[in-house]
Design a binder for this molecule. Structure first.
Ligand code: HEM
Ligand SMILES: CC(C)=CCC/C(C)=C/CC/C(C)=C/COP(=O)(O)OP(=O)(O)O
Length: 315
């Protein structure tokens, strides 16, 4: 079908490496890793074993790379038709589907091995379930069939937080599920803000992304509602769970207020591409800084400083 063998034969070694690298959609992976790291920091009270950290983040990287590669194979038809995705390695003919599948299986195998050997079986199985969920549930079952595709599919992107927790503790307790919920609730505003900007691309290939089916106004309402749920969800770590403290609470509230402000502006101007773009970019910065806030908060020194400051204020 779309695959051509033209360009494949004209690539030098580095271009081949680059093509395989691109299959993993590498720009998204760092943020997935930041959520994993934040989870690990909280799970181990700010004292993460460096070997475990490196092994878990590597395992997470390979699993996410495998998931994205299989997604690239599955979606090659629509990727070819959309401007934004046309130049990906498979639709542009630089990598064959069969080779990409071998690459994905290799990545998944390395991931499973790393996580089982250096962390534990639970974290390895969770990472594999992330691949299965992203490919089987999101890409296959939902993406082309329902406007709720990314809401339910967003669970895949929230699994790395569980992987981090499991790697440190060997189990999944309540805080792990709150971290999962934070990424889960964050995903709809993150993605729909972008979908507002590239609505026509999705419409062209018949992917029923919310703005395509329900329109801009309905989408900004949904973004607004998820944003309102997101803020209290982030605070569950402070109360009632008490695994994060004052520093994180302040960070979460400041970052959250800005999110609400941007979602509110978009709600009142649903067709403003600039606002949508601003919210999309901010969603990424938000998740980075929120996770950084969790990590800093979990450090013993932060606990000492905030306790001292509280004591001063109380006097
Ligand atoms: C079902 C859930 C999600 C969908 C459908 C989605 C979709 C997208 C899309 C289409 C892009 C634009 C990428 C491009 O231009 O090639 C994007 C960008 C991005 N996404 Fe998501 N995303 C989801 C969840 C997540 C999650 C869970 C994370 C990490 C925690 C994440 C992190 C990012 C980042 C960091 C970018 C910016 C990449 C860049 O610099 O271009 N996304 N997302
Ligand atoms: C633990 C583990 C392995 C988890 C996997 C999590 C994972 C890969 C999440 C990615 C979410 C994401 C960026 C979807 C892109 O959607 P899309 O495919 O619709 O984007 P596109 O339109 O750019 O193709």
């Amino acid at each position: 079908m779309i695959e051509t063998s033209v360009s494949r034969h004209h690539q030098n070694f580095f271009q081949v490496i680059q093509s395989y690298y691109q299959l993993t959609k590498p720009r998204i992976i760092p943020l997935l890793l930041i959520t994993t790291a934040a989870s690990m920091w909280i799970a181990s009270d700010g004292k993460v074993d460096p070997v475990l950290l490196v092994a878990t983040l590597s395992g997470g990287t390979f699993a996410a790379g495998a998931a994205q590669t299989i997604n690239c194979i599955y979606d090659r038809d629509i990727d070819y038709d959309m401007e934004r995705t046309r130049h990906r390695p498979i639709p542009s003919g630089r990598v064959q589907s069969r080779d990409a599948m071998i690459f994905a299986i290799a990545l998944a195998t390395i991931s499973f091995t790393l996580l089982t050997v250096f962390a534990n079986l639970l974290s390895a199985l969770l990472a594999m379930s992330g691949i299965v969920f992203y490919v089987g549930i999101y890409t296959h079952l939902l993406k082309r069939h329902t406007t709720q595709n990314i809401v339910i599919g967003g669970a895949a992107g929230a699994i790395p937080a569980l992987v981090g927790w499991a790697a440190c503790t060997g189990s999944l307790s309540l805080p792990a599920w709150v971290l999962f919920a934070i990424v889960f609730v964050w995903t709809p505003p993150h993605f729909w803000a972008l979908a507002l900007m590239i609505r026509d691309d999705y419409a062209k290939v018949g992917v029923p992304m919310l703005p395509v089916v329900a329109g801009n106004t309905a989408t900004t309402w949904q973004i607004w509602l998820y944003t309102l749920i997101l803020i209290p969800t982030t605070l569950l770590l402070v109360y009632p769970l008490n695994v994060s403290g004052l520093f994180y609470a302040v960070v979460a509230l400041i970052l959250g207020s800005l999110f609400v402000k941007k979602a509110w502006a978009l709600l009142h101007d649903p067709s403003n591409q600039q606002q949508a773009r601003s919210l999309f970019l901010y969603s990424i910065l938000y998740m980075m800084l929120l996770c950084a806030g969790m990590m800093i908060d979990s450090l013993p020194i932060t606990h000492q400083v905030t306790t001292a400051v509280m004591a001063l204020v109380a006097h």
